[in-house]
Design a protein around this ligand. Structure first.
Ligand SMILES: Cc1cc2nc3c(=O)[nH]c(=O)nc-3n(C[C@H](O)[C@H](O)[C@H](O)COP(=O)(O)OP(=O)(O)OC[C@H]3O[C@@H](n4cnc5c(N)ncnc54)[C@H](O)[C@@H]3O)c2cc1C
Length: 397
């Protein structure tokens, strides 16, 4: 089969990762002149998600930031406090602003083609097979096609949430403080909390979030949001302006996407950007894009590794193990971390930027026996997988 058109770069999937990648390429003196194709099955314009993340200083997508905070409220039955995140800012970007910002840039370049079509497959010879056409790319960035392997020895949690943008009748919100995790909600044997992200004295995104193996019924998220709002803001009437719903995989399982040398690069959730133990993805996508640009600048022909280091993969597995097997309650883990440690250190750790001596401080803050048991189980599971793989590689006598 022949491609109808050839490109230097094909971006398959124009969501957070694909559009970030396009923006990074077009922001670069050399790569902005390349022939680029962006493919998505739909034209994304709706405000379908809100991204929060923390960073120091200004990032590339600073013009899209709706609101940012350096004071975060953390609440649990054990401990509640307003903590300071400096030098980090906790930032919020709304989907609609991000999409508009990226597309405004893309439209300035005549060398970028856009196709709305369903990607059926991407083959190792660089062909992207869509329902209506076939394209060839020298390098393909794939955030559209992936599958999470159903490995039994791995943890398969979901982070699922429903968010309401609520508008109160009175100006009751303090826009300087965002609620990062409010565990003052029924846990039902899971790890459940609420975010409250005020964007004006009247308006906030209130998001009910659950870490568990399966989703709730829609009505359960809504009931929980109603109860929370009535408890925290009694006698205040509000309108729901907009809603969002999301599911993010929290897993240490293999993500089966196409990673073939330097020519097909999986990015975004397909490329392990969703941190297994927290679900935070946006900041890791930005890091991936920066790594890819450096890789392309060096004309590096080796396979690029965008996955977390072995150290952070191990920490994620241990934390997932503790939460998934109920060795220690999720709310207590986060509560003790934030209580015992400086907030910037916790954020640095969750951003996978800490050094060994800082990791030791983090480990000292959590429940020793639960985490030690989980660590041994994860090491044992890894040895088992390694031995099985080695056995499968034995030559036949
Ligand atoms: C509601 C919601 C809120 C979130 N909030 C946060 C947050 O606060 N902070 C954070 O760090 N992360 C958050 N996340 C997680 C993560 O940042 C997002 O899921 C992010 O959008 C992942 O980026 P992505 O590019 O991998 O996937 P997507 O943004 O989903 O993009 C994938 C694109 O591929 C397209 N596509 C898929 N299949 C095909 C196909 N076969 N052919 C053609 N196109 C295809 C889709 O249409 C889509 O445009 C949130 C997720 C959701 C759903």
């Amino acid at each position: 089969m022949e491609a109808s058109k050839n490109y230097d770069y094909i971006i398959a999937g124009a969501g957070a990762a694909g559009l970030s990648m396009a923006y990074y390429l077009l922001n670069h003196a050399i790569f902005c002149t390349k022939k680029i194709l962006i493919i998505d099955q739909t034209q994304k314009v709706a405000n379908d998600r809100t991204w929060c993340f923390w960073e120091k200083g200004s990032g590339l997508f600073e013009p899209c930031v709706t609101q940012q905070w350096q004071s975060l409220y953390f609440a649990s039955p054990e401990w509640s406090a307003i903590v300071n995140t400096a030098p980090y800012h906790y930032k919020m970007i709304q989907g609609k602003d991000f999409y508009a910002f990226c597309w405004a840039k893309i439209k300035q370049y005549a060398n970028v083609d856009v196709v709305y079509d369903h990607v059926e497959s991407i083959t190792n010879d660089g062909l992207v097979h869509c329902t209506n056409d076939i394209f060839w790319g020298n390098t393909i960035f794939n955030s559209a096609l992936y599958e999470i392997a159903k490995e039994e020895s791995k943890h398969h949690l979901l982070q699922h949430f429903k968010g309401w943008y609520v508008v109160f009748e009175s100006p009751i919100l303090d826009t300087n403080i965002a609620t990062l995790m409010d565990f003052d909600v029924e846990q039902h044997g899971d790890c459940r909390f609420v975010y409250v992200l005020p964007t004006s004295p009247f308006k906030a995104l209130v998001e009910y979030t659950v870490f568990s193996k399966s989703l709730l019924h829609e009505v359960d998220y809504e009931k929980a949001l109603q109860i929370y709002l009535n408890q925290k803001f009694p006698n205040q009437s509000y309108q729901i302006e907009h809603t969002e719903f999301g599911v993010i995989p929290m897993t240490n399982a293999t993500i089966k996407a196409l990673h073939n040398g330097e020519s097909i690069i999986a990015i975004g959730t397909a490329g392990y950007a969703s941190k297994a133990s927290t679900g935070y993805t946006f900041a890791f996508i930005q890091r991936q894009c920066q790594q890819i640009i450096a890789h392309l600048e060096n004309e590096n022909k080796q396979k690029i590794n965008l996955r977390a280091t072995i150290k952070f993969q191990f920490y994620d597995s241990v934390l997932l193990n503790v939460i998934a097997t109920h060795k220690f309650e999720g709310w207590k883990i986060f509560s003790r971390m934030f209580k015992k440690l400086p907030t910037p250190l916790v954020l640095k750790f969750l951003n996978e930027e800490t050094k060994w001596h800082e990791d030791i401080q983090i480990m000292a803050s959590v429940n020793f026996w639960s985490f030690t048991k989980a660590a041994f189980q994860e090491i044992k599971a890894a040895i088992k997988i390694f031995s099985k793989a080695k056995k499968n590689l034995q030559p036949l006598e």
